[in-house]
Design a protein around this ligand. Sequence first.
Ligand SMILES: *Cc1c(COP(=O)(O)O)cnc(C)c1O
Length: 368
Amino acid sequence: MNKAQETVLEIDLKALKHNFKFLKSKLSGSTKFLAVVKAFAYGSDAIEVAKYLQELEVDYFAVAYTYEGVALRDAGITTPILVLHPQPVSFDDIITRCLEPSLYSQRVLDLFIASAETHKQHNYPVHLKFNTGLNRLGFGLEEISKITETVSKTKAVHITSLFSHLAESEVLDDKAFTVSQIEHFKTIYKQVYAKLDYRPFLHLCNTSGIINYPEAHFDMVRSGIGLNGFGNDPNVNKHLKPIAALKTNISQIHHIKKGESLGYNRAFIAQTDTKTATLPIGHADGIKRQYGNKNGFVTINNQKAYILGNVCMDMIMVEITSIDCNEGDEVIVFDDKYTAEALAENVQSISYELITAISQRVKRVFRR
Ligand SMILES: *Cc1c(COP(=O)(O)O)cnc(C)c1O
């Protein structure tokens, strides 16, 4: 790859393939793989990533919201797409674009059935989400009779799958809560099966669930962060490759004298003569203000350069007093060596938050 001459997010599709194969190697042959490509495929590029995973014959995609799914359909994605958190206002678009909704309450179930009936649908695929302890979205166990009664009164929808979501599948020193979620899920699906004359397929695990709970893979698993190269555990990370590298370059070098200030609100005051580099990336690109004031760093010629003062909208200034570098030189914000996870830790954040925040202004380039 050429050296970055502007701010770019490089997406390595070979690394994506590697992660996909690694995660698939953890599954039995009959377990389906759903790739979670919500939030621009975790800040990379949902369309390119989905196209590539479709070539690799992934079984399913998931997005959070309807318009993320519409964008994939517009780009020619034909693989089934589960919409994890559709809003009733978008149900018409769900149906006209052949997206499959997650239905998580009696209210959305009723509204979706009404919409499917209006569109004269027959056996439209829907997925029922159950709450097993995350207390975020999902039906409760006690709602099963009402759900099956509701569904038995219409021919418009067909329950394709039953699923739930784990709250702490990455926490290994106390597995009891996750085990209780798995048991709760089993109780739920058995009760649903007892009331239906067909068997929706089952799924529960996210990336860390795939790794840590092989007994809970059921019929399909859902992975997002793992495909992006993070496993929420150093032992897993070593088998995965971060797919995204955020690079930029040095716009200008300044020599600041002892006592001079730098940036907005004069948040940095030089204690000694200081050499700084101004970089064309700021909070509008996804580098949050928390990374300022030496909490975050970039690397230049393999050396750490801390962010000085406040992060600006379009720029940051970094300390390069002891780094041999020139204007125009490449700067790594994160890559497979200086990872997004390591950078995020400096501000008590996680890889998920940093990578999904890289704004659409940053140019994406792809490595095949
Ligand atoms: C985001 C999400 C996932 C993906 O989780 P990862 O930890 O990124 O693998 C899976 N399932 C649901 C319901 C989600 O919202």
